[in-house]
Write a protein that binds this ligand. Sequence first.
Ligand code: PRP
Ligand code: MN
Ligand code: MG
Length: 179
Amino acid sequence: MQNDIKEVLYSEEQIGAKVRELGAQLSADFEGRNPLVICVLKGAFIFMSDLVKTITVPLEIDFMAVSSYGASTKSSGVVKIIKDLDVTVEGRDVLIVEDIIDSGLTLSYLIDVLEHRGSKSVTIVTLFDKPARRTVDLQPHYKGFTLPDEFVVGYGLDYAEKYRNLPYIGILKPQVYEK
Ligand code: PRP
Ligand code: MN
Ligand code: MG
């Protein structure tokens, strides 16, 4: 698996330090707000579990799984909810946890859904951001690292469902997806 990686962009240690930094900021900003922390499956599962351990204020967690209907519909922003929340967001301060923002379509759809359901506020934290790929106007409130426009995997991010378990994030060798 390691042989498929061209270059490690951020090591496990660098990611860990950044996650703790984000956790400290979120702990201060969400004091007394009992946020509902939502993990966007599958990619965000590792970041979510590491991040919540560094947040020191009371919170609740829930999960959503979303997917595009296909390559052609993704560009139109049509996203399908595969697994919905178990709880209502009405009146809640919601914190959405994402692994990466690319075009921004997944998150802009989710923000819309949660606002329509009457959440009190919707805040975005993403570990990685690829602003070069954005097609909608969307800025995360909190972000870990800005990435170049390269095919990256690891720390939750997949290529064809593989590599999510790598503890670091790295650039995939082009020969892996060109074959
Ligand atoms: C990836 C990633 C984000 C989304 C970002 O998820 O985890 O959720 O794409 O892309 P966007 O900003 O262009 O919408 P993916 O749809 O691959 O599902 P996964 O999390 O299960 O891998
Ligand atoms: Mn995802
Ligand atoms: Mg994916």
